[in-house]
Design a protein around this ligand. Structure first.
Ligand SMILES: Cc1ncc(COP(=O)(O)O)c(C=O)c1O
Length: 454
């Protein structure tokens, strides 16, 4: 029987021929548990997955809290007022961390991740733009949003799901993210906002949020268009406050209307939580927030989903209190040091060159040199060879404008120790050597490319 179509699965996803019909009979709990556990051994080992920004290590106490709160429904604030209050406290703590002018007036919510948070923030931008246009007696057709072509796919989803034109500024060699001088060509009176990315998914670099805001100030002076900024801080909004406190990127900039982050990235919680914050109540139009009364009390909801387990909010509240500012600084500094050290080690291997060096997000991208390409090596081959050793390192073409260039990316998170980094580097040397051996006639040249291997 051909595999069933499952949106979200890649063409290369492994599909078995099991379970083509709904199970008929019951089975013993232990037998089912053992069978599933055995099968899951075939999945990758999450700590060796250098492709993901998602948290793969948490303390036992946090895991326990998650298990103990899994049965609570986060949206039922009447039944579970404590966990609801913890969510509100996390919003206040983030508002303080991101320098909201008055953290008590900032508004925000937890989400399933940055994708949902980004969509809620973008919906608020769109609704605010519509209100302004209607108040001025103008049409609300053809809104657009401006961002670099390096946006994460959630922004393309937002545009296609909510009928907003994506104006994605192409990249260029040496310019791998959005820069201020590009904005004037792309923004107009139908621009609902500009997205600045703090921590590009493709190479870990920070976009210059303060300079983007300055450029928009200039555009407002020249044209009268007052265009707000949303910061997609999926990773960086939980890194920069601890490692780069002087970097201006958050609500200290008057033009920044909203920020999203993933609690499940550098917020140290297992996958399933994000946050969206608005600088003040005016930035989130009231007509986007809905009221429900069928769970026992009167409650408000602004989300793309409804029922969710409370366990991620409990775990986030744990990590904020467990680590505090100093603890997160210590953890992220260790990751950044490991990333920079590993990047420097890779830069010394002749077949590779760095695109970034791990000094912003603790993540970096690198590629094979033209010389190595000419000798038959390709980033996909390197990724496959590393996979054979258990490492997951993605190989992908860069976005529009530089899509001829392929990159490999390493994301360093808590749990990826300097020792694992040293083993990774050894395996990378070995991968080049093995692949070189597989390409007829180039072994000698590759030996010369990787002097440290020989
Ligand atoms: C910059 C950026 N935005 C948004 C997302 C989507 O985040 P999530 O997976 O939490 O939905 C990511 C994920 O890597 C990202 O890097």
């Amino acid at each position: 029987m051909p595999p069933t179509s499952v949106p979200g699965h890649s063409d290369t996803t492994y599909e078995t021929t099991y379970d083509t019909a709904f199970p008929r009979d019951e089975s013993a709990p232990r037998a089912v548990y053992d069978a599933i556990r055995d099968e899951l051994l075939l999945d990758g080992r999450s700590r060796l997955n250098l492709a993901t920004f998602g948290t793969t290590w948490m303390e036992d106490e946090a895991r326990l809290l998650m298990a103990e709160t899994a049965d609570k429904n986060l949206v039922d604030t009447d039944e579970y007022p404590q966990v609801a209050d913890m969510e509100a406290r996390c919003v206040r703590m983030l508002a303080d961390l991101w320098h909201a002018p008055d953290p008590a007036r900032a508004t925000g919510c937890s989400t399933t991740g940055s994708s949902e948070a980004a969509m809620l923030a973008a919906l608020a931008l769109k609704r605010r733009w519509e209100h302004r246009r209607r108040a001025a007696g103008r049409d609300t057709e053809r809104p657009n949003i401006v961002a670099g072509a390096n946006v994460q796919v959630c922004w393309k989803k937002f545009c296609s799901y909510f009928a907003v034109e994506p104006r994605l500024v192409p990249l260029a060699p040496g310019r791998l993210h959005l820069t201020p001088e590009m904005l004037a060509q792309y923004c107009d009176d139908r621009t609902i906002g500009v997205v600045g990315i703090l921590g590009s998914t493709f190479d870990g670099s920070y976009e210059p949020i303060a300079d983007l805001c300055l450029a928009l100030d200039g555009i407002e002076r020249a044209t009268g268009h007052d265009i707000p900024v949303h910061v997609d801080g999926a990773s960086g909004a939980m890194v920069a406050p601890f490692l780069d406190p002087d970097l201006l990127w958050d609500f200290r900039l008057g033009r920044v209307a909203s920020i999203n982050t993933s609690g499940h990235k550098y917020g140290q919680v297992f996958p399933g939580i994000g946050w969206a914050l608005w600088r003040d109540k005016e930035a989130l139009p009231a007509d986007l927030v809905h009221h429900v009364d069928y769970l026992g009390g009167e409650m408000t909801t602004f989300s793309l989903t409804f029922t969710r387990s409370a366990s991620h909010v409990a775990a986030q509240y744990y990590t904020f209190h467990r680590y505090g500012h100093e603890g997160l600084r210590r953890l992220h500094l260790a990751s950044r040091r490991t990333a920079r050290g590993l990047a420097a080690g890779i830069a010394e291997l002749a077949p590779f060159e760095l695109l970034t060096d791990g000094s912003e997000l603790p993540a970096f991208a690198f590629r094979l040199t033209d010389r190595a390409h000419a000798r038959g090596l390709h980033e996909r081959g390197i990724a496959l060879a590393m996979r054979a050793r258990g490492w997951q390192v993605p190989a992908y073409p860069l976005p529009a404008g530089v899509s001829d260039t392929w990159a490999l990316r390493v994301v360093v998170r808590t749990g990826f120790t300097p020792r694992l980094a040293a083993l990774f580097l050894d395996d990378l040397r070995q991968a080049v050597r093995t692949l070189g051996g597989a390409v007829p006639g180039v072994v000698g040249e590759l030996e010369e490319l990787v002097p440290a291997v020989g």
